[in-house]
Design a binder for this molecule. Structure first.
Ligand code: NAP
Length: 311
């Protein structure tokens, strides 16, 4: 049976990835959109989740592509109405709010899927398998991009709950927590807040692990002239590098992936299967590490950020 999906929040990621990926995956169909300022031809268009739920016969599942702040209320309404729910990353603005959604989903016997799109990139599974069979010496994450290029006009990312530079950085943490054979925990966090903003523009983190693994991460939104989305793992069998956010994998420079990049198609195939089984997939470890980054963070104030660079 085809899973009929309604998208809530027709913004950048919904247009770039969700809409084309739903079309490309067998057994999934887009039948409705709830967005206040945007519409899509050929489907039911309404403004809000409440309007959407007034047409409950038109869809089976909701994909929440809105900012994390306020997503809990939308998910709660959809689950209460007996709809399956897909959460864009991060799954919420706080860690604890997700537990109540998991409980509700179980009670209603519907699926709750907290997605981490980077985990569906081509490099992740081969990297995980390689690391399971070698000795890891250290891990270094470099996740740097130009905020003006990748998040133009997105006011919510600078607000509390918007995560600032952790909005992309959490993708790196979703990869690291998927590929390492043991859990990591934070032991150092330096956060760099623009004088006029509530969220960090850069962060340097250090992590430890039960076996003494050393993991470092540098997140920065202030770079121009090209992005770096890399995870480097120094192992007894060579330097494993995940690049381009998970699209490329090499060992000492030799390529180890030839799969196409189908992150969001993988997400929708998994969501279809989860909904058919009425089971859930919620892993909060990347969000927990970010929350701990704020908990342990030493605050540094840096130059104010304005959307338009000073001339
Ligand atoms: P976006 O371009 O700002 O789109 C979000 C949409 O949600 C808006 O267009 C807006 O549509 C709706 N919305 C509802 N309440 C809102 C509010 N209070 N403030 C702003 N918009 C609100 O954001 P996005 O980049 O698509 O990101 C959405 C989520 O996807 C985030 O959690 C982000 O981390 C995740 N994500 C983004 C990317 C990316 O490359 N951009 C990649 C992966 C994941 P209406 O005004 O029409 O209602």
């Amino acid at each position: 049976m085809t899973l009929r999906v309604a998208i809530v929040g027709l913004g950048k990621i919904a247009r770039d990835q969700h809409v084309p990926s739903i079309s490309a995956v067998e057994g999934v169909e887009l039948t409705a959109v709830a967005s206040r300022n945007a519409e899509l031809p050929g489907v039911l268009n309404v403004a809000t989740i409440d309007d959407l739920l007034a047409h409950a016969d038109a869809f089976d599942a909701v994909a929440l592509c809105t900012p994390p702040q306020g997503r809990h209320a939308q998910a709660w309404k959809a689950l209460s109405a007996g709809k399956h729910v897909l959460l864009e990353k991060p799954p919420g603005a706080t860690v604890a709010e997700i537990a109540s959604l998991e409980t509700l989903a179980r009670e209603r016997e519907v699926s709750l899927f907290a997605t981490w799109h980077s985990r569906f990139s081509a490099a992740v599974e081969p990297a995980r398998l390689f690391l399971a069979g070698t000795q890891i010496r250290s891990v270094r994450v470099l996740w740097k991009e130009d905020v003006r290029k990748w998040h133009p006009g997105q006011a919510w990312i600078w607000e509390p709950g918007g995560l600032g530079v952790f909005d992309p950085g959490i993708n790196a943490l979703s990869i690291v927590t998927a590929i390492l054979p043991e859990p990591i925990f934070l032991d150092r966090s330096d956060l760099f807040f623009p004088a006029n903003r509530a969220a960090p523009i850069a962060a340097n983190l250090g992590f430890a692990s039960p076996s003494g693994l050393s993991v470092s991460a540098e997140f920065d939104w202030r770079v121009t002239g090209g992005e770096t989305w890399t995870v480097e793992v120094d192992t007894a069998d060579g330097l494993l590098r995940i690049q381009n956010g998970g699209r490329l994998l090499d060992l000492d420079g030799r390529s180890m992936t030839d799969e196409p990049d189908l992150e969001y198609q993988g997400i929708y195939a998994r969501f279809r299967d989860l909904c058919a089984a009425r089971s859930g997939d919620v892993d909060l470890s990347p969000l927990q590490l970010v929350a701990d980054g704020f908990l342990l963070g030493r605050r540094h104030e840096v130059e104010a950020f304005h959307e338009e660079p000073a001339r």
